[in-house]
Design a protein around this ligand. Structure first.
Ligand SMILES: Cc1ncc(COP(=O)(O)O)c(CN[C@@H](CCC(=O)O)C(=O)O)c1O
Length: 400
């Protein structure tokens, strides 16, 4: 039959497609700097000890496999909100917040976007330029108009703060402003504390709705509290924020698809109304979320020792990333590069926006078997003490 003959073959995803190309490469010196997934110094995925201990407890508890509620595992939802907002947050204490478990961070963003499409009709979402590629598509597929605000300054590989403020001020009052809470993807450039205060003030003046994408808590600086600085500042300043959380990177639970979406409200009654509509939205989308990842995260965060173990491990991951940044710059200099690579160590989190052109990126793949996204973003986690010198030589070769 000709039923599907009109369907066109689509392109690979710009990020996940890099792994497809990497897997096809047979060179022993190939390096994958594409997908933002942590690897240890042996380039292996890292299963946290805290996760292994939690899994043992879950196994020994002989749990069943019944459905979770539409909103997910309650103990996880509460733990996720407490981790982001803090133990003594008044919205949590007064139940002026609704949190639903989602299919990881992507699912949190999609549920949020679908909710805005229904209840903020015609309101435009503003995302940073550049941002995680999926942001634009998630809003577009949810029928939420999406535009960009200036964010990155290519001339110094830093923040275009003036441009960001100007664009946020120029957006129609009450727009949706998406902010990366920490470890901006793809640039690795975060506002300073002072700049966050100004951004908060401008969003308040314009009565914008602020949606935080919080995909790397603990992973950026090594401190979950430091990484929550912007989120907690905005709540302090009175913003009733939306919050999308991913537990993929900071708990190493990528494939378990564990995330959360929270909305702060004026009252417990309003929070309950919002939750009722979130349930109506989720039910026909995926009905209810998978329980395993929620059980692992809530087992860890409800246990002092496991939480302490997690904190030390997320700091270990963050510190290794920071070490690789320093090491890459050292070898670039050692191998004769005279360019300014200070942005590699100034930037924070999983990614570095190198400034490499698409043509230089193509050469790294074809001549040196080094794979990264064409916008010049590298996932630092793909760098190890064994391949960092080879990488530095390759980057120097294509940039000299
Ligand atoms: C800012 C941001 N938000 C949300 C997500 C969604 O992560 P979940 O796995 O759905 O929780 C990512 C993951 N971005 C990484 C991982 C690969 C991908 O999904 O693109 C990346 O950009 O490489 C992200 O970087």
């Amino acid at each position: 039959s000709k039923r599907w003959s009109h369907v066109q073959k689509g392109p690979e995803d710009p990020i996940l497609g890099v792994t497809v190309a990497f897997n096809k490469d047979t060179s022993p010196s190939k390096i994958n700097l594409g997908v933002g997934a942590y690897r240890d110094d042996n380039n292996k995925p890292y299963v946290l000890e805290a996760v292994k201990k939690a899994e043992k407890k879950i196994f020994e508890a002989n749990v069943d496999h019944e459905y979770a509620p539409i909103v997910g595992v309650a103990s996880f939802n509460n733990a996720a909100a407490v981790l982001a907002l803090g133990e003594d947050n008044s919205y949590i204490k007064e139940k002026k917040i609704t949190t639903v478990q989602t299919i990881s961070g992507t699912g949190a963003l999609r549920v949020a976007a679908e909710f805005f499409g229904r209840f903020l009709p015609g309101v435009t979402a503003y995302v940073p330029n550049p941002t995680w590629g999926n942001h634009n598509v998630i809003f577009a597929d949810s029928k939420v108009p999406v535009k960009s605000y200036s964010y990155y300054n290519p001339s110094n590989c830093g923040l275009n703060f003036e441009g960001m403020i100007k664009d946020i001020q120029a957006a129609p009052a009450g727009s949706i402003i998406l902010l990366h809470a920490c470890a901006h993807n793809p640039t690795g450039v975060d506002p300073t504390h002072e700049q966050w205060k100004k951004i908060s003030q401008v969003c308040k003046e314009k009565e914008h709705f602020v949606l935080f994408d919080f995909a790397y808590q603990g992973f950026a600086s090594g401190s979950p509290e430091e990484d929550a600085y912007a989120v907690r500042l905005f709540v302090e300043d009175g913003h009733l924020i939306g919050l999308c959380q991913s537990f993929a990177k900071n708990f190493g639970l990528y494939g378990e698809r564990i995330g959360a979406f929270s909305l702060l409200a004026n009252s417990a009654e309003e929070a309950a109304v919002l939750e009722s509509q979130l349930k109506i939205l989720i039910r026909p989308m995926y009905s209810n979320p998978p329980v395993y990842g929620a059980r692992v995260v809530s087992s860890i965060l409800s246990n002092k020792e496991l939480t302490q173990q997690w904190r030390s491990e997320v700091k270990l991951m963050a510190d290794r990333i920071i070490d690789m940044r320093t090491s890459l710059v050292k070898y670039l200099k050692q191998h004769g590069s005279t360019k300014d690579w200070s942005h590699i160590t100034n930037q924070i989190g999983m990614f570095c926006f190198t400034g490499l052109t698409p043509e230089q990126v193509d050469r790294l793949a074809s001549e040196f078997h080094v794979y990264l996204t064409r916008n010049g973003r590298i996932s630092i986690a793909g760098i190890t003490s064994k391949n960092v010198e080879y990488l530095a030589k390759a980057i120097h070769s294509v940039t000299k």
